[in-house]
Design a protein around this ligand. Structure first.
Ligand SMILES: Nc1ncnc2c1ncn2[C@@H]1O[C@H](COP(=O)(O)OP(=O)(O)O)[C@@H](O)[C@H]1O
Ligand SMILES: N[C@@H](CCOP(=O)(O)O)C(=O)O
Length: 318
């Protein structure tokens, strides 16, 4: 992530005494990401990641941190949040909420093969099942309501052709969200941003999902669509790569079988997944925020994917 809130080792020296982690030995800002301020934090006890939350509040954060704890306790591979001596997972740093989580091994696989997609599909299904008894509720804050709020903010910046596409897709998605098939879809906690840069691999071994700060309760199928739209495409054209799609979907289906309603909803949901990130990238592009190190993501990538999902029939879900 970009560093919006600078922090030094001196700042952390005193603050960290409330955690059972020993003395800090190194602190390094992380440049990738666009929502929070992240740092690799080494201490006498091991390697961690310190996150300062720039947009989420103390009231909203328990949903995310406790979800990670809940999933980690059920053998889903995610960073485990570290409680302080009072059992708190979220503690103020420079007046903002902050948390420390375990560091995952490995690195992101940005050129995935079917074998990586299968690992992601199986772990995603395990995550959805493990979330069924998660007691906290929070809607997906980047869901339909947010799309409705954001559309008028970006429309004035768009070409006629893109403004038409956005209006038409919003109408389509409003109708989809109100239809009987949609109401039959299974719901629960979803990651909602499971892009290649939010998963770690050590070779072909998946070591964890991270960056849960867009998670919320939504349809499981939306999570699958967001994931496929990033992991299983030709990056230049947005066209789905059938071998990777099949690997991811078949591995998911092997752990948590898809339903008939999900099969029917698959193509509209792929469009929903594309629209969500086209909108957020447009919003970030036209309403940039302050940051020390920030590279905005390209909105045209998801415009292309959305047009492609409207034009071309996707492989079946199962
Ligand atoms: N638990 C973790 N283990 C290892 N690396 C992590 C962890 N959390 C974050 N990172 C690193 O920090 C980078 C930015 O984190 P991310 O959560 O994507 O930021 P943002 O929320 O701002 O988008 C990641 O690309 C990854 O390299
Ligand atoms: N995945 C989103 C943006 C969110 O950034 P992240 O670094 O938190 O994953 C996109 O690609 O638009």
């Amino acid at each position: 992530m970009a560093v919006f809130t600078p922090v030094t080792l001196d700042d952390v020296n005193q603050w960290i005494t409330q955690f059972p982690l020993g003395k800090p030995t190194a602190l390094k800002g992380i440049a990738s990401g666009i929502e929070n301020s992240n740092f690799f934090l080494d201490t006498e006890q091991g390697e961690y990641v310190l996150t300062i939350f720039e947009n989420l509040s103390f009231e909203q954060l328990p949903f995310y941190l406790q979800l990670m704890r809940h999933l980690a306790d059920r053998q889903v591979l995610v960073p485990a949040p570290i409680p302080n001596h009072r059992g708190e997972l979220i503690v103020a740093l420079h007046g903002k909420p902050a948390a420390i989580v375990t560091k995952l091994e490995g690195s992101s696989q940005m050129a995935p093969q079917p074998v990586h997609c299968a690992e992601v599909g199986a772990m995603l299904a395990r995550m959805h099942l493990a979330g069924r008894d998660y007691p906290l509720q929070q809607p997906n804050l980047r869901g339909l309501d947010w799309w409705n709020d954001t559309t008028p903010k970006v429309l004035p910046h768009l070409s006629d052709s893109n403004a038409h596409l956005l209006r038409a897709e919003m109408h389509f998605q409003e109708a989809f969200a109100g239809c009987d098939t949609y109401k039959q879809l299974q719901t629960g906690p979803v990651h909602a941003d499971l892009f290649r840069n939010n998963v770690m691999f050590d070779g072909e071994r998946l070591t964890g999902f991270f960056d849960f700060y867009f998670a919320g309760c939504d349809t499981w199928l939306f999570d699958v669509a967001v994931t496929v739209n990033d992991w299983c495409i030709d990056l230049d054209t947005g066209v789905l790569d059938v071998a990777r799609v099949r690997a991811l979907l078949d591995a998911y289906h092997g752990v948590r079988p898809f339903t008939a309603a999900e099969q029917t909803a698959w193509q509209p949901m792929l469009r929903a997944g594309a629209l969500r990130f086209w909108l957020s990238r447009l919003y970030d592009y036209y309403q940039p925020r302050e940051a020390e190190m920030l590279t905005p993501h390209d909105p045209t990538h998801f415009e292309r994917i959305l047009r492609e999902r409207i034009a071309t029939l996707a492989p079946k879900l199962f």
